[in-house]
Design a protein around this ligand. Structure first.
Ligand code: AMP
Length: 115
């Protein structure tokens, strides 16, 4: 069994609140939401981060972005806007090393970066 949490969600071994799915991507609510809408969008195949995904399968990276936009549209975020975030590596604050886009919105999100 894989020790990757998001691979285990894809496999159905760990429950998730799935909001959108395509053949290649899965979107589910973040367990600790930082905004009224906070959804994670992942490719179903494992890549550790967005650089690895884009470098190996740029088409799949595009599918993740398209799914993120669809999630935002379905959540009603297009009128006021939203943010798509790929935390990458230690300084980027990445905690789960299966690439994921955070789709956050539903309220003003504040400054882009806090240090
Ligand atoms: P990051 O810091 O960019 O790696 O983000 C990882 C995100 O995964 C965090 O926002 C966590 O709240 C979220 N998370 C961790 N475990 C789960 C889970 N089982 N289901 C949904 N979201 C999770």
């Amino acid at each position: 069994m894989t020790d990757c949490l998001f691979c285990r969600i894809v496999a159905g071994d760990v429950p998730a609140d799935v909001v959108y799915e395509t053949e290649a991507t899965l979107a589910f609510r973040d367990v600790a939401p930082k905004a009224p809408v906070h959804v994670l969008v992942i490719p179903k195949t494992h890549f550790p981060d967005v650089a690895a995904l884009a470098g190996t399968e740029p088409g799949l990276a595009g599918e993740v972005l398209a799914s993120a936009a669809e999630v935002a549209r379905a959540a009603g975020l297009m009128t006021n806007g939203y943010r798509t975030i790929f935390n990458t590596g230690r300084y980027g604050g990445q905690e789960v090393f299966h690439v994921h886009a955070h789709v956050v919105g539903g309220a003003p999100l504040g400054p882009m970066v806090c240090m």
